[in-house]
Design a protein around this ligand. Structure first.
Ligand SMILES: [Zn+2]
Length: 224
């Protein structure tokens, strides 16, 4: 995929994220890894639903802006750069505040009930990284230990972050995460949910291996 295509895709994902209510006002930010040492980032202060390709900003791994722009990169850029440092296998990072997943992050309830095959295969349990003040080093520090086993992480009292081999993969993980959170919320309203037994979970892990899924997975152990 060339740079113009990645810019178009990032704007398209921005519209999807905004339309679904996962990034109110100017919230949320995404990045994609380009050639060695180069990254494309969303700008700060702009709704992710109204971005145009020229608004996206080329930066390096020190968060330096490499092309003339009236806009500034997201203040959460160091969190993204930390993800690429911890995970050389990834090519994109998506950060948003999907309301149901974020409610779990605010309630300090990790998404670790193994109930639905798609979420088990794609994500496994989703931990909550301890709270860090947005735009500070606290956020990258808090997520770093979780990145080695997880592609989706809740940010305590804040939102969620997903990573993937490319933008679409990272975005789809955010979709799966929010769906998994909605389903978990609904079963809590119904008052009961039945988790799959261990032998069924192992069966799903075998399927994940057969399908050759990219990324990391915590296995069937739960995050506590
Ligand atoms: Zn945020």
């Amino acid at each position: 995929m060339n740079y113009p295509e990645i810019r178009e895709l990032m704007c398209d994902i921005g519209r999807r994220v905004w339309q679904q209510g996962w990034a109110a006002s100017n919230d949320g930010n995404f990045t994609a890894k380009l050639d060695e040492g180069l990254f494309l980032t969303t700008p700060t202060g702009i709704s992710k639903g109204f971005m145009t390709p020229d608004m996206l900003i080329l930066v390096d791994s020190s968060c330096r802006v490499l092309e003339k722009s009236k806009l500034r990169p997201s203040t959460e850029l160091p969190m993204h750069i930390r993800c690429y440092k911890e995970r050389p296998d990834i090519g994109a990072v998506v950060h948003a505040h999907p309301p149901v997943a974020t409610a779990f992050a605010v309630a300090h309830i990790p998404l670790d009930s193994y109930t639905m095959p798609e979420a088990i295969i794609a994500l496994g349990s989703v931990p909550i990284a301890p709270y860090g003040c947005p735009s500070t080093d606290e956020v990258p520090e808090s997520i770093a230990p979780f990145l080695h086993e997880h592609d989706a992480i809740l940010l305590e009292n804040h939102g969620a972050i997903t990573v993937g081999k490319d933008l679409l993969t990272a975005y789809y993980r955010m979709e799966t995460l929010e769906y998994y959170a909605k389903l978990t919320m609904n079963t809590r309203l119904l008052g009961q949910a039945f988790e799959l037994p261990e032998h069924r979970l192992e069966e799903l892990m075998d399927l994940r291996n057969q399908f050759n899924y990219s990324g990391k997975h915590p296995g069937i152990k739960k995050y506590r």
